[in-house]
Design a protein around this ligand. Structure first.
Ligand code: PMP
Length: 439
């Protein structure tokens, strides 16, 4: 736990230390009391610009009027129900999601978290194919529940006993740290061919699915290169496996398209949505085809949780989709994303430690290195820059869970103004300058 000597509300920290299980961290050294728009405010009244959109989920910033109105209305009229009791918001959100996605993605299951949605997607793939083996990318993150954690390789896997059998990892196509090269650049096709040769060697003949994020976010903002998804889908279908796309972070305009997979024109067999769908509230969805749904239903598919098909979060999801459309936030993400990219490239031009700039729309990252030639990760610097930004009034987070790289993830709300974005960039500039000066 981070306990700053100057921390306000000493008893708050004492109580936190006494009563909270430490689930990762460290905790940010501030007591957050309020959030609005693009800012969170601590107990001293200090405004902190939010370059993480909460936990990468608050597409509409904090306390967007559309969300406030929806929650207030629903909590006082129709809050939660038995899971097999249907209400309008659930069917309306399923319909709206189906309309926002290409055919044949039109059958929807509404849950609460990203981990759950991937758990359900893997179960569907297992029932549909009759197999159980799941392929995922190194540096992936899909959640902490059983199957989702088994397919996550960017976070520690040790200490919890055996993972479920049949999980196979293949290398992420990391263009900055390529493992297979041609003419000095990543040769992702050769890498993918080699990877699937290994999958075939390792498989016991029970392949069910491959699950991937279009941009590996927690794993360090690694974009699947153009053409990769199409090639991956072909590899999956040749083997009778389903392709599951996890768009927890990339879905719903974050990258400038409604869905990140649209850039590639490749429709997955199953898509999962979470973080951005609830704009900060717990809501997730699994969407698949009628054919897959039908076969799984015949085979007894079951996935009910306490909050499956709850009306309140469903109404929030509907409000999110409507607001994204009404405020044309896909265009905003493209425009702000271009502005962000220009600013980050400018930082790379002026700070030696910025080795790489990557990502799309409002999900971008900069990789910090100690040496541009060797690309050695600047882990200590990453922590120092994050802390310096926070002290200057900007919250962003470092993704270095894999210990392979030190990447600052930048995912502001789509509702952020140009001035706020520029302010964040200038704080980042100052933080990079002061931490370099500090050695
Ligand atoms: N998938 C991805 C791509 C994620 O980034 C996350 C959360 N970081 C999850 C799944 C898990 O979502 P949750 O924490 O809501 O279970």
């Amino acid at each position: 736990m981070t306990l700053s000597a100057a921390a306000p509300a000493a008893d708050f920290w004492r109580a936190a230390e006494r009563h909270l299980i430490r689930y990762g961290g460290p905790f940010t050294p501030a007591v957050i009391e309020r959030a609005a728009g693009s800012y969170v405010y601590d107990s001293t009244g200090r405004a902190i610009l939010d370059f993480t959109s909460g936990q990468m989920s608050g597409l509409l910033g904090h306390s967007h009027p559309a969300i406030v109105d929806t929650v207030q209305h629903m909590v006082s009229t129709l809050d939660h129900l038995f899971s097999w009791m249907l209400s309008r918001p659930v069917v309306d959100l399923a319909t709206a999601l189906a309309e926002s996605l290409p055919d044949p993605l039109s059958k929807v299951l509404l849950l609460s978290t990203g981990g759950e949605s991937n758990e359900a997607a893997v179960r569907l793939a297992k029932l549909y194919t009759g197999g159980y083996e799941v392929v995922a990318l190194s540096q992936s993150y899909h959640g902490v529940t059983h199957a989702s954690a088994a397919a996550s390789y960017s976070v520690p896997r040790r200490g919890y006993g055996p993972v479920i059998p049949g999980n196979i990892v293949i290398p992420a196509p990391d263009a900055y740290r390529p493992t297979v090269m041609r003419d000095g650049r990543l040769d992702w096709r050769a890498q993918l061919d080699q990877a699937f040769a290994m999958v075939d060697a390792q498989s016991v003949g029970s392949l069910a699915a491959c699950i991937v994020e279009p941009i590996l976010s927690t794993g360090g903002i690694i974009e699947l290169p153009p053409g990769y998804l199409a090639a991956l889908k072909a590899k999956c279908h040749e083997r009778g496996m389903l392709l599951i796309l996890d768009e927890a972070q990339t879905g719903l305009c974050r990258t400038g398209d409604w869905y990140a997979f649209q850039r590639d024109g490749v429709t997955p067999d199953i898509i999962t949505l979470s973080k951005t769908l609830g704009a900060g509230l717990p809501l997730s969805a699994v969407v698949t085809s009628p054919e897959i749904e039908e076969r799984c239903h015949e085979r007894g598919f079951y996935f009910a949780t306490t909050h499956t098909s709850d009306p309140l979060p469903a109404a929030v999801g509907l409000a999110v989709l409507e607001t994204l459309r009404r405020e044309a936030l896909d265009a905003a993400a493209r425009r702000l994303g271009d502005r962000l990219r220009a600013g980050l490239l400018d930082l790379r031009g002026r700070h030696e430690a910025v080795g790489d700039v990557r990502g799309r729309g409002l999900l971008q990252g900069i990789e910090l290195v100690t040496d541009r030639q060797t690309r050695a990760p600047a882990n200590a610097l990453g922590a120092a820059v994050t802390r310096a930004c926070f002290d200057l009034g900007l919250h962003l987070n470092i993704v270095q869970l894999s210990a392979v790289s030190s990447v600052l993830r930048i995912a502001p709300p789509l509702t952020m103004s140009d001035d706020e974005l520029d302010l964040g960039l200038s704080i980042l500039d100052e933080a990079l300058a002061t931490t370099r000066a500090a050695g």
